[in-house]
Design a protein around this ligand. Structure first.
Ligand code: WTA
Length: 669
């Protein structure tokens, strides 16, 4: 288990008896007020799913045409709310027009502070303003040839226009695929090729720690890339829309590239929402798996929106007066569901921040919380561990008394970080919702509900409504309490992925063959005596580095594409800050010498191939990689070497035992 080495194992056992009851403030007022209330609803949701989901889908969403049937399940293919029609942007925006929400802040945006010490810019968009911007930009999309079902790549900084473009796509039925700004030109090209996108929406640049990320330049490079036969990877692209953010000089290709602000001159603000079938594709989001290149996770309209909306409402216990801040980037699924779709579908006020948590100083987050009186903060354990390292003096400088609820997502939160978050940021009074879910699940699956669930540091606790997770052994049989196993989900749920774009066979193979009749999550888990789920982390060849999913196969592929590299194996090493660090073992081609320069070059090469997020923490040269007689790389051993622990376990199947000795001694080389 790659994540088994997470730094929290023994201490999590110690914390298991430490229980935090729901705060009084929640137990009386929250949407779900008690454990009995939760249990009743959860039981209904899994024993009578049709009735449960039908009632909630009708109550929560605005339909243009009512659905006829709740679920059609032909494993592994689900169709939810069949016959229904609705529009996501209308559910996030139009429904609030003509109500008291129309002039409520939908998005409060804070830009990264300027390098000269000036504070970040700020922009507030009310629901009616956001509606107008979305309608105008939807008309720009139409004007540039985008329509129903067309794929559009979004490669943007964290500015309101990221949300505006996503919503504009949904308004006309186009399918967006957001690519995180920390990915490379090659990654952009791969995603264009795989999705067959017609358009890229990007910016002249974005700010990150005072530097400019050259997004448009990366797009230009992506659009020049070719495959081995010299064929363009991106020939489907017809148009590129460029947002002015930094006003840096960019190259504009005649006939292909147009500026966002110029295009707005040609359109009005009337754009009726397209009637979309419940199952119409809504977006594709690429994520790393255990093999090959990232896969395009496909989500569809009604089920996804219902999941995002209901989890936002119940897990964060959203109230009208909340100022809610999710610190993720819209390039990840957390940004999709919990910056854009979930909060807006609930009429909430969401904060969006462009920059880094420690720019210009490590109190950036606390300043923002104080400034906007943020009430709910949703962030990642990696960030919390960094804040711990930077010291309590930074949050202490600010008034954080507006906070009432804290959330955590992306990786297991170690109890130490949980306790620090609770004490220093939450002032001992804010419940913590540790939310487990995945790009594939679309919305939160396992999490406390703040008015109902007693929490324990380090566990995501119990399943959300309609979710039926289980911990099973290799035969797919549920294991007894306190026994480790694979985490699966037994029944379909509305916001589940509908497939891998263009690859139904891989969809089946990846998620539905490991354990019969169940969705396999790729995570290891155990349940404690109270039935709480303790997620251990990935048990497949996916790493979780600072909350980002990185496939070892992908990094290995990038390494062997370098002319000096013969073979590569990539494993995770426990890391105090990032959860896992990326360690690469590399053998070189004959005649190539292992030098510190080459190490650096290989790190940069991976950065260029995949993106800065995947840059290895460590590259180690070896004469050979340890393999079994059948030629399989022995990752288990490499993990131990990477972690610097004594080699344990059976090594008798090693083809050449001397390899191991060389590897261990090659560490410094
Ligand atoms: C991990 C992010 C423990 C897990 C929403 C999962 C977590 C992967 C938690 C999905 C949590 C996410 N506790 N582990 N609360 N949340 N994970 O697709 O390994 O980027 O499989 O989705 O992150 O990562 P993804």
């Amino acid at each position: 288990m790659s994540k088994a080495a997470a730094p929290n194992n023994t201490s999590s056992q110690l914390q298991e008896n430490r229980v935090f009851k729901p705060a009084k403030e929640f137990a009386g007022r929250a949407h779900i007020k008690s454990m009995a209330h939760y249990k009743k609803l959860w039981t209904e949701s899994v024993t009578k799913p049709d009735k449960f989901w039908s009632a909630h889908a009708k109550a929560e969403l605005v339909w243009q045409k009512p659905f006829k049937k709740v679920l059609q399940w032909k494993e592994p293919f689900a169709k939810w709310f069949i016959g229904g029609q609705l529009n996501v942007s209308a559910n996030c925006l139009d429904r609030w027009l003509g109500t008291a929400y129309a002039n409520k802040a939908a998005l409060i945006w804070e830009g990264e502070p300027a390098t000269d010490g000036k504070p970040g810019e700020e922009r507030v968009l009310t629901y009616s303003q956001l509606h107008r911007e979305v309608c105008r930009f939807a008309n720009v999309l139409k004007r540039n040839g985008v329509g129903r079902g067309d794929r559009v790549i979004l490669y943007l900084p964290m500015v309101p226009e990221a949300a505006i473009s996503m919503l504009a796509c949904t308004r006309i039925g186009a399918v967006h695929s957001v690519v995180f700004g920390g990915f490379s030109a090659q990654s952009v090209a791969d995603r264009i090729q795989d999705s067959g996108a017609k358009m890229v929406i990007t910016a002249d640049g974005g700010y990150r720690r005072g530097a400019v990320v050259p997004l448009k330049k990366n797009v230009d490079d992506a659009l020049k890339l070719q495959d081995a036969e010299g064929k363009s990877l991106t020939s489907t692209i017809e148009k590129v829309i460029v947002l002015r953010r930094t006003w840096n000089e960019v190259h504009m290709a005649e006939g292909r590239d147009v500026f966002w602000h110029r295009e707005l001159d040609y359109v009005d603000d009337k754009c009726p929402p397209a009637k979309m079938d419940s199952e119409a594709p809504l977006f594709i989001l690429y994520t790393s798996g255990s093999t090959g290149k990232p896969k395009g996770i496909l989500h569809s309209t009604a089920g996804y929106l219902l999941g995002a909306k209901m989890t936002s409402k119940y897990v964060f216990d959203l109230r009208d007066e909340d100022v809610y801040w999710c610190t993720a980037d819209v390039g990840w699924v957390t940004g999709h569901s919990y910056i854009v779709y979930g909060p807006l579908a609930n009429g909430a006020t969401a904060v969006m921040y462009e920059g880094a948590p420690n720019w210009p100083e490590p109190d950036r987050f606390w300043r923002i919380i104080e400034k906007y009186r943020v009430t709910i903060l949703y962030t990642a354990p990696t960030a919390i561990r960094a804040f711990m390292k930077w010291g309590e003096e930074w949050p202490k400088k600010h008034d954080l008394s507006s906070l009432r609820l804290l959330g955590s997502v992306g990786e297991p939160i170690n109890p130490e970080a949980w306790m620090w978050y609770h004490r220093v940021i939450g002032g001992g009074r804010c419940p913590i919702v540790d939310t487990w879910w995945q790009t594939e699940t679309g919305s939160i699956m396992i999490s406390p509900l703040p008015g109902a669930t007693p929490t324990k540091p380090g566990t995501a606790t119990l399943p959300f409504f309609g979710i039926h997770p289980e911990v099973v052994d290799d035969q797919g049989k549920a294991v007894p309490k306190n026994t480790g196993g694979k985490l699966v989900v037994r029944k379909p749920w509305p916001s589940m992925l509908r497939g891998i774009w263009g690859d139904p066979a891989r969809f089946k193979e990846t998620y539905w063959t490991e354990v019969k009749h169940s969705y396999f999550t790729g995570d290891g888990c155990r349940q404690d005596k109270d039935g709480y789920f303790w997620i251990v982390g990935r048990i497949d060849d996916v790493l979780n580095v600072a909350g980002h999913r990185i496939g070892t196969a992908e990094v290995e592929g990038a390494l062997v594409s370098h002319p000096s590299v013969a073979e590569a194996a990539v494993v995770g090493r426990p890391d105090e800050l990032k959860g896992q660090a990326l360690v690469c073992f590399v053998t070189l081609k004959t005649g190539v010498h292992a030098t510190p320069e080459l190490k650096n070059e290989l790190r940069n090469h991976v950065g260029k191939e995949i993106g800065p997020v995947a840059k290895p923490d460590d590259v180690r040269f070896a004469d050979a990689l340890p393999k079994t007689r059948s030629g399989k790389i022995m990752r288990r051993l490499l993990k131990q070497v990477a972690a610097g622990v004594e080699i344990k376990g059976d090594t008798t199947t090693l083809e050449d035992l001397s390899v191991l000795a060389k590897l261990t001694s090659a560490e410094e080389g």
